[in-house]
Every structure is written in structure tokens, then in C-alpha cells.
Design a protein around this ligand. Structure first.
Ligand code: ADP
Ligand code: MG
Length: 456
């Protein structure tokens, strides 16, 4: 079983990784991964296939280690481990009931039809906080799930990223599935890929059967259909077919249909047949309510002042808001302190330079010297007096982590020390960091100072 702390840390890491890799790369390599365990000096990530494992291990190991290390506040290695084949370790469910299995006799197909994406079990109506900014969309979504094809058909929901579109679409799918309806949730990219693959393999009939049999079709991120003429054509027929059979169609996009350039007129006008509604960024009240709900979900009592601090930091994006909360909870959990304003503030600064550009080594040395009040010649000199040695260890740690120097270079800069001395110093600081939250706040101050006198 994955441990919840590891999962939380990994969710935070994924949030940051998303900002550093392209969307297709994220979807291909990172989306299906899970945080399994925190071990001393090592973080274990579960991956779905051997292929993904190899790719991540060779291409992304250091980025991942850096991001996780920043969250943990200490240097960390990462290991990738294969998840059990059927191991939906965190209880993901399939998006649909088995589809058309009677209609499709058992075949020995080489490439099995694309499996529908797994739904996030947390994306339910119950977990969706309804407020002024999303009331209309939430009500319409609920209605679509409970009386598919009756009122708003199609339903088109749009907003800027991170405001709950995917959450609502998946909530519809899960509610419908509970009600023994067949719901198919797909992003427009998956629809495209399925379609292209089906054509290439001469299995377009099967594709049609699959996409035209559900009682609810939920298409996410429709904007990615822009410019894809043949897929749009297929989607148009699919839509007509389903709609005329009373199937509920729900579509989410990043803007209203008429503003998606590269979307065919006839498709655009179909989307406007039903209800087009938006989700607005949440106001402060709503952000606070969402934070409270998410914390309660994790059985954490979130103090009001902490909630306020977080709500101020992520004004227009609930995904970021959640990311901040997860960081703070992971941090508090890791160092075994209650979630206080002080701890939250530290967590946010300690985590800030996640994947920053390397700091300049000389600026760092200067900042360390200034912070501890020790002249640079003393730092690089022979004295082993306690305060000097401590400052020197800190310098080693920061030169290694933040300036990303090789051990050898660190040794050279600090008065020709050998590489085992440097390892020793770095480890000492890393260990201290794990038990002393004050230290990470100090390091954050030194980093800030170094960044400010980055004059080289
Ligand atoms: P979008 O698809 O619009 O980019 P998502 O549906 O992925 O946004 O939402 C981003 C995150 O914010 C998700 O984790 C989701 O659960 C959460 N979220 C968004 N709106 C709400 C809400 N009203 N209540 C609770 N969580 C929400
Ligand atoms: Mg989305």
C-alpha cells in the first residue's frame, strides 16, 4: 500500500513537475505515477510500466529528485518501482462499465482498444464546494448526471485552468455510473488518438460502437480539437448520433465555443444548442471554504490564519491553492509539528526555490559568510572551530544543492578540501534539516540574500 505521506508529497511534486515539463510529456510519463514510500535519503515512485520506468529513470531522475528534495527540505534520491499490474493502488476506478462486450466478440487484437482513462475518486459532487462562482455549472452538472439528456443537452462548461471543469465532468461520470448508467469520460485528445488509431487499424466500426453507445459522453478540454478537421468531423457525427438518441453530452473547454478558433462552425453551433455556462475564479470566502473542506478531507484542522495565508497566495486557481495546502500539510507531517501559521510560512519559504536556476557560488559564499558573520578567508581556511565549521558545512550544502556544483568543485572553493570532507559536511546539514525546521528557514534567508547579491 502507498503511504499517505508519500502520496501527499508526490502530489505536491507532480504539481510542480507539471510546470516544468510539456503537457504531452506530463501526460505520457508522469500522470499515472504514485508516491509509494519515503525512505531515508530516498523517495520511491510507483510507475505503471517498465517502459515508463526506464524513461523516467534516464531522462527525469535529477529533475524529480530536485523537486522532491525541495519539498522534503533535504537532498533525496528517487527510485522508480513498478506498480502491481492490476494495482490501482489508490483505488482508481474505471471510467465506464464494461462497454459493448457482448457486441464485440473476444478477439485477438494486437493493440487492444484504448482503455478509458481512470477517474480520480476524489472528483465527486460531494467533494465539490459550490459557491457563487460555480453555482450554475455545478447545478447543471448535477442535473445532467441525474437526468441525463433531459434539460441541458449539450452542456458546455468553460473556464480558465484549475477551476473545477475536470472535477465536475468526472463527478458526473461517477454519479452516473453509480446510477447504473454508462458514462464515457474522455479528453478530446483521447478521442482524437482513439480515432486515429482506429482508422489506422481499420477498426473504425469498433470505434463508432464504443463512442456511440454510452448514455453520457463527457468530453474534456475540447479546445484541443481545434484545427483537427477529420476528428471534428467524426465528433460531429458522434455528437449527432448520441444527441438524437437522447444521450447526454457534456463538454468542457477553456473558453466559450464561439471563441475557440479552429472549431468548425457547425460543431460550435451544436454546442450552443444547450446550456453554455462558465466558472469564475473563486472569491476569498470560497477559497477559504475550499481549503477547509480539503483539509477536513485529510482530517486536518486548518487554523483560520493559515487558511488566509494560503488563500492570499493563490487567488485565481484552485489547483494551485490545493498545491499550497498539500505542501504545508506534507511539511508539518514530515517534521511532526502542528499546522500553525509559523509552520505554514516556513513551509512556503523552505519550498520556494524548488527548481530555481542555480545560484552563483560566490554570491552564496558571501551570503553564508555574512549570515554567520564569518569572513570568507576563515570559511575557506584551516580553522575547525565550531561556528566556523558549521558555517562551512552550510556553505558546502548550499554550493552543492543550490549552486549545483560537483563535490570536487565545492571542495576546491572551500580551500581545497577533499571530496569525502564535502560529503560529510553536506550530509550533516541534510540530517539537521530533517529534524530542525529552523535550519530550513535560515537556509531560505541565506538563499534569498545570495539571490539578491547575484551580481556575477
Ligand atoms: P480544470 O479542469 O478547470 O483545469 P480541475 O477540475 O482539474 O480544473 O480542478 C483543479 C483542482 O481544484 C482539482 O483538484 C479539483 O478537485 C479542485 N477544485 C476545483 N474546484 C473545486 C471546488 N469547487 N471544490 C473543491 N475542489 C475544487
Ligand atoms: Mg481540466
Amino acid at each position: 500500500m502507498a503511504d499517505p505521506t508519500a502520496q501527499r508529497i508526490w502530489n505536491t511534486a507532480l504539481g510542480q513537475l507539471q510546470l516544468h515539463v510539456t503537457r504531452p510529456n506530463y501526460d505520457t510519463w508522469l500522470k499515472e505515477t504514485e508516491g509509494l514510500r519515503v525512505e531515508p535519503g530516498n523517495f520511491v515512485v510507483g510507475v505503471p510500466t517498465e517502459f515508463v520506468k526506464e524513461w523516467l529513470a534516464t531522462r527525469m531522475r535529477s529533475l524529480v529528485a530536485q523537486v522532491v528534495g525541495a519539498i522534503l527540505g533535504r537532498p533525496t534520491e528517487v527510485a522508480f518501482e513498478l506498480l502491481g499490474r492490476n494495482g490501482h493502488q489508490n483505488g482508481h476506478q474505471e471510467a465506464t462499465l464494461p462497454l459493448a462486450s457482448a457486441a464485440t466478440p473476444v478477439q485477438t487484437v494486437i493493440t487492444s482498444p484504448a482503455t478509458p482513462p481512470r477517474l480520480n475518486p476524489r472528483y465527486t459532487f460531494q467533494n465539490f464546494v459550490v459557491a457563487e462562482s460555480n453555482r450554475m455549472a455545478a447545478a447543471a452538472a448535477c442535473r445532467a448526471a441525474e437526468s441525463p439528456g433531459v434539460d441541458y443537452n449539450p452542456l458546455f462548461i468553460y473556464s480558465t485552468p484549475g477551476l473545477g471543469k475536470t472535477h465536475l465532468l468526472q463527478a458526473i461520470a461517477q454519479r452516473a455510473t453509480q446510477r447504473k448508467q454508462v458514462a464515457l469520460y474522455l479528453t478530446s485528445e483521447q478521442f482524437t488518438n482513439d480515432f486515429v488509431t482506429a482508422i489506422a487499424q481499420g477498426r473504425s466500426d469498433e470505434f463508432r460502437r464504443r463512442h456511440r453507445s454510452p448514455q453520457l459522453l463527457l468530453i474534456d478540454d475540447i479546445q484541443f480539437l481545434a484545427g483537427k478537421v477529420r476528428t471534428q468531423e467524426e465528433f460531429f457525427y458522434t455528437f449527432n448520433d448520441l444527441h438524437s438518441n437522447g444521450c447526454q453530452v457534456v463538454v468542457a473547454g477553456d473558453r466559450p465555443p464561439a471563441s475557440i478558433s479552429g472549431l468548425e462552425g457547425r460543431l460550435c453551433s451544436r454546442f450552443q444548442w444547450g446550456l453554455v455556462t462558465d466558472i469564475q475564479p473563486p472569491d476569498t470566502e470560497t477559497r477559504l471554504a475550499i481549503l477547509k473542506a480539503k483539509a477536513a478531507d485529510q482530517r486536518v484542522d486548518l487554523p483560520q490564519n493559515v487558511a488566509q495565508l494560503l488563500a492570499e497566495r493563490a487567488p485565481d486557481n484552485i489547483r494551485e491553492l490545493e498545491g499550497l495546502l498539500n505542501r504545508v500539510l506534507a511539511y508539518a507531517n514530515l517534521i511532526h509539528v502542528p499546522v500553525t501559521l509559523d509552520c505554514a510560512a516556513r513551509a512556503l519559504t523552505a519550498l520556494k526555490p524548488a527548481v530555481a536556476t542555480p545560484l552563483d557560488p560566490n554570491s552564496l559564499l558571501e551570503a553564508v559568510g555574512a549570515y554567520y558573520g564569518i569572513p570568507i578567508p576563515a570559511l575557506t581556511g584551516k580553522s575547525r572551530a565550531r561556528p566556523i565549521a558549521e558555517a562551512r558545512h552550510t556553505a558546502m550544502y548550499l554550493l552543492r544543492e543550490d549552486a549545483q556544483l560537483a563535490l570536487k568543485q565545492v571542495g576546491l572553493l572551500l580551500g581545497h578540501r577533499d571530496h569525502s570532507t564535502v560529503i560529510h559536511g553536506v550530509q550533516k546539514v541534510a540530517k539537521a534539516l530533517a529534524s530542525d525546521p529552523r535550519l530550513s528557514a535560515q537556509l531560505a534567508d541565506i538563499r534569498n540574500a545570495a539571490a539578491n547579491n547575484n551580481h556575477h
